[in-house]
Design a protein around this ligand. Structure first.
Ligand SMILES: [Zn+2]
Ligand SMILES: [Zn+2]
Length: 291
C-alpha cells in the first residue's frame, strides 16, 4: 500500500451505495500490478450494493457479482484468471474473507466468465454451479459454438479493439478448464447466499442461465443481454454478437424469459446496470437484433 492520500483500499475504484448510479464517496488509486494492464479508464471497479446485497466487480470489461446474505457470499461468474487477485482485494474491501464464499455460480462457461473458477475450486474448495449444458464448455473453454467468424469484428468495429485487447491482457486466452460442476435446473431457487432463481436463457450458449434476485428486484442477465458488447463496442441493451453467440435467433427468443422476471434492475455480464426494467431492456435488445 502506498499510503498516499486518496489511495483506495484494495487499489481500485470503490463506489459505495451506488443506487441511482450517483456513486458517491468514490475513492481511487493507481493499481500496482496486473490490473494496470486493464488500461486507462478500465482499472477494476468495485461497486458496493449496486442493488441491495449485490456488489459488482468490474475487471477488464467483464462483470462478476458478489451476492451477500447474512455475512455469507456467492460469487457469480469469475471473469479472467488475473481477476483472482482483484477479487481477493474486493473481498477485503467488503470486510469479508474467502472463507465467507459458499459457492460460485456461472451464468455460462465462456472463457471470460470462467477465469478464476478452477483456482477457486482448488484453493477454496467451493462448489461451482452451472446448467448441465455448460459442463462440456467449462472443461474446454475455447471450444465454443459461434455463428460468425471472430476475426472480422475488430476490423469492422475498431471501437471493440480496446475491450478485446484488455480482456487478452487480463488472461482471457489462458483460462483453465473446470470439471466437477454441480448442475442447476431452470426454475430452481439455489440454496446459496442470495438465493438466486435460475432463469433458463439459452442462445448465447446452449445452457446459459440468468439469475433472478427477488429480494433485490433484480436479474443478473449474464450474456443473455448485455449493455456493452465486447465485439462491437456498442452500448445499450443487446444480445452479444454472433462472434460469441451460438444461436442469435434463440438468444432473441430468450429475451422473453428475462422480461418475464419483471425485475426493475438488469445487471449484465458486460456493461453498466439498466434500471428501467427487464421488460424495457428486452424490448430494446429485441429491436437492436443480432450483430
Ligand atoms: Zn459469453
Ligand atoms: Zn462474456
Amino acid at each position: 500500500m502506498s499510503g498516499l492520500p486518496g489511495a483506495a483500499e484494495g487499489g481500485f475504484h470503490t463506489l459505495r451505495d451506488g443506487a441511482g448510479g450517483r456513486g458517491n464517496a468514490m475513492v481511487q488509486s493507481t493499481p500496482r500490478t496486473s490490473e494496470a494492464a486493464a488500461g486507462p479508464g478500465k482499472r477494476p471497479k468495485l461497486r458496493c450494493h449496486v442493488v441491495p446485497g449485490v456488489h459488482r466487480l468490474e475487471h477488464a470489461y467483464v462483470n462478476c457479482y458478489v451476492l451477500e446474505e447474512a455475512g455469507a457470499l456467492t460469487i457469480v461468474d469469475t471473469a479472467h484468471p488475473s481477476t483472482w487477485s482483484v477479487m481477493l482485494r474486493a473481498l477485503t474491501a467488503l470486510g469479508r474473507t474467502p472463507a465467507d464464499v459458499r459457492a460460485i455460480v456461472l451464468t455460462h462457461a465462456h472463457f471470460d466468465h470462467l477465469g478464476f473458477a478452477r483456482r477457486a475450486q482448488m484453493e477454496w474448495g467451493v462448489p461451482i454451479l452451472a446448467h448441465v449444458e455448460e459442463q462440456e464448455l467449462a472443461a474446454h473453454p475455447y471450444s465454443y459454438a459461434h455463428e460468425n467468424p471472430r476475426l472480422i469484428y475488430p476490423v469492422q468495429h475498431p471501437k471493440a479493439i480496446p475491450a478485446l485487447f484488455g480482456m487478452v491482457r487480463a488472461g482471457a486466452l489462458r483460462v483453465k478448464g473446470v470439471t466437477g460442476l454441480e448442475p442447476m435446473r431452470p426454475g430452481e431457487v439455489l440454496d446459496v447466499p442470495g438465493h438466486p432463481r435460475v432463469v433458463f436463457t439459452p442462445g448465447h450458449t446452449f445452457g446459459h442461465c440468468a439469475l433472478q434476485l427477488a429480494a433485490a428486484d433484480a436479474v443478473l442477465s449474464g450474456d443473455a443481454l448485455v449493455t456493452f458488447n465486447p465485439y462491437t463496442g456498442g452500448e445499450g441493451p443487446q444480445i452479444v454478437s454472433g462472434a460469441a453467440t451460438a444461436d442469435s435467433a434463440k438468444a432473441l427468443e430468450s429475451l422473453a424469459a428475462l422480461a418475464e422476471t419483471r425485475a426493475s434492475v438488469v445487471l449484465p455480464g458486460h456493461g453498466r446496470e439498466w434500471r428501467d426494467g427487464a421488460g424495457a431492456a428486452a424490448s430494446v435488445a429485441l429491436a437492436a437484433g443480432p450483430s
